[in-house]
Design a binder for this molecule. Structure first.
Ligand code: NAP
Length: 279
């Protein structure tokens, strides 16, 4: 019988998951089905149980259920525990459910492998302290960045997130206003501001030495953050489509034991988007 997977969220109709995982399955010769599951708010656990009872093997979890998925999982990977949020559930035959968070690995892979920007030794700024930021801070630190500063509209959330990683030297959290004239090599927008067409109150010097400005939001046109970063001198800008594909590849690996190559799938979703060599 064909194994079933899916993405669960509310809303979920916009998800590119079915297209991405169908492409991964073709690329790796795996036999699987992947569907969208709209769960009612307050009905996450029932929807997961129903999917599983009908043969479901694994789920990607999207807004607003990533925290609930963390509580639902019987076991967590280290990176899911670090993040306090789960975007991938894998079910075993004995009734267990492993929760993972592949967002950070996807971001790091997209930055280093597709965009060719090495992270080791870099000064990195992360704007945002919501679920996505929680998922990426640990993997960024594991990439041996020299310094990681987190800023957020509600600064206390940035301080709390930084404190969770206090065992790493060079991590701090605060407000946009604390940045003054500091410059960063890599600037990551992990807020949802671009979805509403909003820019962030980042001082211009932030981008003065910036080799990459990366917006987690993905869009067919440059986001307000990408436009502002380019105008202020960022050498390269990117939206988050590559991260979306790369985090899906990590989920696929967890489920199927084989790692698909995200680059051809990225090129399929956005023709003309070429891979470039690391520098
Ligand atoms: P979330 O938990 O709702 O957090 C939203 C974050 O954005 C908070 O830090 C919030 O600040 C901030 N924010 C919202 N509007 C803002 C504005 N106008 N100005 C400044 N800050 C603002 O959402 P999330 O799960 O972290 O997701 C954030 C974004 O990442 C979403 O747009 C999502 O689509 C994207 N994402 C992309 C991928 C990918 O694969 N590319 C993966 C995961 C997430 P406060 O704390 O002050 O409210």
């Amino acid at each position: 019988m064909t194994d079933r997977y899916g993405v669960i969220g509310n809303p979920v109709a916009h998800s590119k998951g079915p297209q991405i995982h169908a492409a991964f399955a073709r690329q790796t010769g795996q036999d699987l089905r992947y569907e969208r599951i709209l769960a009612p708010l307050g009905g996450f656990v029932e929807a997961v149980r129903a999917f599983r009872a009908t043969g479901g093997r694994g789920l990607n979890v999207t807004l607003p259920f990533k925290i609930e998925a963390c509580a639902f999982a019987k076991e967590l990977t280290d990176r899911a525990r670090d993040a306090g949020a789960v975007n991938t559930l894998s079910f075993d035959d004995g009734g267990g459910a492993l929760g993972d968070n592949t967002d950070g690995a996807g971001l790091v892979a997209d930055i280093t492998l597709r965009l060719g920007v090495a992270l080791a030794g870099r000064r990195v700024l992360v704007a945002g302290a919501g679920g996505a930021a929680r998922g990426i801070v640990g993997p960024l630190l594991a990439s041996h960045v020299a310094e990681l500063v987190i800023v957020n509209r509600s600064p206390e959330a940035a301080r709390v997130l930084a404190a969770r990683h206090a065992q790493h030297a060079g991590v701090s959290g605060g407000a946009f206003g604390d940045l003054d004239d500091r410059g960063f090599d890599v600037v990551i927008n992990a807020t949802s501001a671009s979805l509403g067409g909003n820019t962030l109150p980042l001082p211009a010097p932030v981008f003065g030495r910036c080799v990459l400005a990366y917006d987690l939001v993905y869009a067919d046109q440059p986001t307000p953050f990408m436009r502002a970063a380019s105008a202020r001198g960022a050498a390269q800008v990117s939206d988050g489509l590559g991260m979306l594909v790369a985090q899906a590849a990590e989920s696929f690996l967890l489920w199927r034991g084989v790692r698909p190559d995200p680059l051809p799938v990225m090129a399929e979703l956005r023709p003309g988007c070429a891979a470039i060599a690391p520098r």
